[in-house]
Design a protein around this ligand. Sequence first.
Ligand code: ZN
Ligand code: ZN
Length: 201
Amino acid sequence: MGQKRIHEIPEWVFEFHGHRCPMMPLGYLAGKYALKLLGIEKEKDTNTYVFSETGDGHHQGCFDDGVQAATGCTYGKGNYKRLQYGKLAIIVYKPDKGAVRIRPKPEMLNEISKFEFFKYRKSEIPASQIPREVSDEVINYILSKDFEELFYYEFLKDFTYSPPKKTMTRIICDGCGEPTYENYIKIFNGKKLCPRCYEVK
Ligand SMILES: [Zn+2]
Ligand SMILES: [Zn+2]
């Protein structure tokens, strides 16, 4: 499939992700497309949010690593949430800029599933052990498609979200002596306990 690539995935993203699979690049492009549609840059801090409709109970959650790399919304910064719907779709939201929902076209997902890469995966061969030319074949296919060929999008007019209030203050747990963020401390018999010590009190 000698198709011309029109997108590139930086090598650090493959390194971060750990192997070369098609779903991470698909997520990367979904994230890029969302930024383009909202007219915003990759998030450096925490002012943009991603709500991913993937879940913990299925394969292909690799999609989320691509979305995080492209948008700068990450699990660690707390502006990336999985909604556990079991769907490949994301909502990207920035207050004052709006929200957009992106989903891969079902017919495109079907096309991608036909590649040899998935024959290996179905015989339970981990992605890291699939020959490079087999994984590159499907990745190059994705990278040769326009955003419009890969995804549907929809602006969500009334979407809104306020993140929970965060603290930097830590308190020493009276049980284990470990510093614990203050809003996670629970009181029992006048003692300030971390959730683990509270559980076994
Ligand atoms: Zn992967
Ligand atoms: Zn404790």
